[in-house]
Ligand binder design. Structure first.
Ligand code: XMP
Length: 514
């Protein structure tokens, strides 16, 4: 059976991605498509999926503005169920002969809506509902063949449906959490109106993905760089499921992983039956970093060195396809960051910028969000230690040592970091943290240990709460926990004489120190 899909026409609204996410949370596959998509292009989705419905998203324009995005009118006549949201609602109304004008009053934020008809789209809704709105234009009237489902004080047609065709519109935003019954409205559209089957499950995704990879690469050899993080791990396991030993997973040990991590990566992927190549390149990376203390230079050297090592193996392996763990937000970020100022060079194994001319690049996770990758990873039997691994920068501990990286400093930081992780992971506060780690500073300070003067390293502990890593607030860790961490570090690691806690939000500070 084909997977059902609902297409979301993107009119530039900031909530378009939320619509897609909400649909997928119901285990129905959804994809965002350009607003001017043609009926033929829509039908071509049926080769792979079964198109069940179309949602026209919100957007910042007024439908009367010059150059405002519009969908083709024929799309409304394809017989597929259509739901217009906000701008989409106004556009459907306009195409169908409704009266759409600039509203007497704009509606922004929480609004009370009076529900007049509670079947189909608004099934399960109360007579009065709180909804989230954001619009300047308003639909005042619809032709006779439409029925008005809801209104607000300022908006006579806040929701409508065609009397005989599956055409719906809603002025408010059901996709945002501020609309308590928004999920219900979307479920009504998906299951009652479109007749979707919730068949976009991890198992079905894996099955489809494996078939696609096999079809694309055939009997060719493939290669992937494993970082130990969830994205590259999941992509690797998926690809291995498809092509077996024809996939080589390369793990480059640059020496800056956390304590026990390289060993655990080796164990996990060997147990998963993968053709794993571990390259111990610790010496090479240390040599390249000798005398280097500038953070950007460190990042650059590690990134470039990593690519050199990987390219050499890739050439030797004669791999024709490169598998990458790129996920959807990686693609958005690289697009969106085009015009933004560079803060730091991120090194990300998920999207390796290699010069090698592969026959093709396969990105099995390119449509997925992080939480969706987690679901897939679990269904593939990837251990929780990887599924829940906190984000870890590609250059690893090298950028958590301020100043020049030395062997001694790495050893110290590994032990400090292990204590921080151990103590936090025993505590319930862990559930609310995005990241927690230690930074080894280049400032030494005086201490007293056993009646003697100690002049040792200072370490900073950083723990932050965040949703996406873009902004973060420092975590208000309980004092007894901080005390335990500090005491253990200074007792167990003689080279450290002082522990400090970083109380800076992002912005202005970044999460990592370098
Ligand atoms: P910053 O320090 O920029 O970090 O606030 C935001 C998030 O990104 C992680 N990070 C990296 N991730 N390669 C990565 O894959 C990198 O080079 C890198 N540098 C920072 C950081 O740990 C945080 O989660």
């Amino acid at each position: 059976m084909k997977t059902d899909v609902v297409l979301v026409l993107n009119f530039g609204g900031q909530y378009c991605h939320l619509i897609k996410r909400r649909i997928r949370e119901e285990e129905v596959y959804a994809e965002i498509v350009p607003p001017d998509i043609t009926p033929e292009e829509i039908r071509s989705f049926d080769d792979e999926y079964s198109v069940k419905g179309i949602i026209l998203s919100g957007g910042p324009s007024s439908i009367y503005e010059k150059g405002a995005p519009r969908c083709r009118k024929e799309i409304l006549e394809m017989g597929l169920p259509i739901l217009g949201i906000c701008y989409g609602h106004q556009l459907v109304a306009h195409y169908m002969g409704g009266d759409v004008r600039k509203g007497d009053k704009m509606e922004y934020g929480i609004t009370e809506v009076y529900v007049d008809v509670t079947d189909t789209l608004l099934k399960g809704h109360q007579k009065v509902e709180r909804v989230w709105t954001s619009h300047g234009d308003t639909v005042y009237e619809m032709p006779e063949e439409f029925e008005i489902l809801a209104h607000t004080e300022n908006c006579p047609v806040a929701a409508f449906r065609h009397r005989h065709k599956p055409l719906y519109g809603v002025q408010w935003h059901p996709e945002v959490v501020h609309t308590p019954r928004g999920k219900m409205l979307l479920r009504n559209f998906l299951f009652e109106i479109c007749g979707c089957v919730p068949n976009w499950t991890p198992e079905n995704f894996v099955k489809k993905c494996v078939e696609e990879i096999r079809e694309k690469v055939g009997n060719s050899k493939c290669i992937i760089a494993l970082s130990g993080g969830i994205d590259s791990s999941t992509a690797a396991v998926l690809a291995a499921k498809a092509v077996g030993r024809n996939l080589t997973a390369v793990f480059v040990d640059h020496g800056f992983m956390r304590e026990g991590e390289p060993e655990s990566i080796k164990k996990t992927f060997t147990e998963l039956g993968m053709n794993l190549l571990v390259l111990d390149e610790r010496k090479r990376f240390m040599e390249k970093l000798r005398g280097v203390s500038d953070p950007e230079l460190k990042r650059k050297i590690i990134g470039e060195e990593f690519i050199h090592v990987f390219e050499k193996v890739a050439e030797e392996s004669e791999a024709e396809y490169l598998i990458q763990g790129t996920i959807y937000p990686d693609r958005i970020e690289s697009g969106a960051s085009k015009h933004s100022e560079k803060i730091k060079t991120h090194h990300n194994v998920g999207g390796l910028p290699t010069e090698i001319k592969f026959k093709g690049v396969v990105e099995p996770l390119r449509e997925l969000y992080k939480d969706e990758v987690r679901k897939i990873a679990r269904s593939l039997g990837i251990p929780e230690s990887i599924v829940n691994r906190q984000p870890f920068p590609g250059p690893g501990l090298a950028i958590r040592i301020i100043g020049e990286v030395t062997k001694e400093k790495i050893e110290i930081l590994k032990r400090v970091d292990a204590i921080v992780r151990e103590e936090i992971e025993k505590h319930e506060v862990k559930g609310s943290l995005w990241q927690y780690f230690a930074v080894l500073l280049d400032t030494k300070s005086t201490g007293v240990k056993g009646d003697a003067r100690a002049y040792g390293y200072t370490v900073a502990i950083r723990a932050v709460e965040s949703v996406d890593g873009m902004t973060a607030s420092y975590a208000k860790l309980p004092h007894d926990l901080m005390e335990r961490i500090s005491t253990r570090i200074t007792n167990e690691i003689p080279q450290v004489s002082r522990v400090v806690y970083d109380i800076t939000h992002k912005p202005p500070a970044t999460i990592e120190w370098e």
